[in-house]
Design a protein around this ligand. Structure first.
Ligand SMILES: C[S@@+](CC[C@H](N)C(=O)[O-])C[C@H]1O[C@@H](n2cnc3c(N)ncnc32)[C@H](O)[C@@H]1O
Length: 210
């Protein structure tokens, strides 16, 4: 993975970096623990959730597996084949009923391989802030088009640092960029500063009204 403060690279270089990080490490984000913010969201929903969820930039599939375990049908999407191989290994360890509800696909998240998927939940932990400025509008369109009415988009992203404000390809997002890209198609439910990570970061919860 590119260093947190390093300018973004071209598509092939980025993919090669992610492949290397999943092959050789280190990958400090890959804790194997679903964040408490995601757990809390689902604890507040009615029991026995159903429907499709999409984990965008799923890495080794920790969170897609968690969502499938709740009863949702989960699809994890990632650019890295090495990450997806680890996801498949995780899938093999799960009970058959959960395994049946869990699938993975290789794709670029700015060109999601779905059309009007009607997902009840789309999750992105640490992927969107890593894609370049010129791909972000396509990414946002993919989320809006594939979310069901009433569905939620849950995003964890690094903040854009003050010194990066003029750089469209800098890693990180500003609140106004998220609002510009996703509203009014989605409405903002909540934006909260996350527990300090490798850099300042936030959780965004958006909803498609229907
Ligand atoms: C910081 S990791 C987070 C992985 C996972 N969400 C987690 O929490 O463990 C970011 C992930 O986004 C993926 N990624 C980065 N750019 C991508 C793109 N354009 N399309 C698909 N996946 C991408 C990387 O391969 C990596 O798995």
């Amino acid at each position: 993975m590119p260093q947190e403060n390093q300018p973004l690279m071209n598509r092939n270089e980025r993919r090669a970096e992610w492949e290397a990080r999943y092959r050789d490490g280190p990958r400090p984000w890959d804790t194997g623990i679903t964040p408490p913010e995601v757990v809390a969201f689902w604890q507040e929903q009615p029991p026995r959730p159903q429907g499709l969820c999409i984990d965008i930039g799923c890495g080794t599939g920790t969170n897609a597996a968690y969502l499938a375990g709740l009863g949702l049908t989960a699809v994890g999407v990632d650019l890295s084949l090495n990450a997806l191989a680890l996801s498949q290994q995780r899938r093999e360890t799960l009970p058959p009923a959960v395994r049946q509800r869990l699938n993975f696909a290789q794709a670029d998240v700015s060109r999601l391989p779905f059309q009007k998927a009607n997902a009840v939940y789309m999750l992105d932990i640490g992927c969107f802030h890593a894609i370049p400025g010129d791909a972000r509008r396509d990414y946002a369109n993919g989320v809006v088009q594939n979310l069901a009415a009433g569905g939620h988009f849950h995003l964890y992203a690094f903040d854009k640092l003050p010194e990066e404000k003029a750089d469209p390809d800098a890693r990180g997002l500003g609140e106004t960029e998220v609002i510009d890209l996703f509203t009014p198609a989605l409405s903002v439910v909540d934006i909260v500063r996350a527990r300090p990570d490798r850099r300042p970061c936030r959780w965004y919860l958006l909803r498609k009204d229907g």
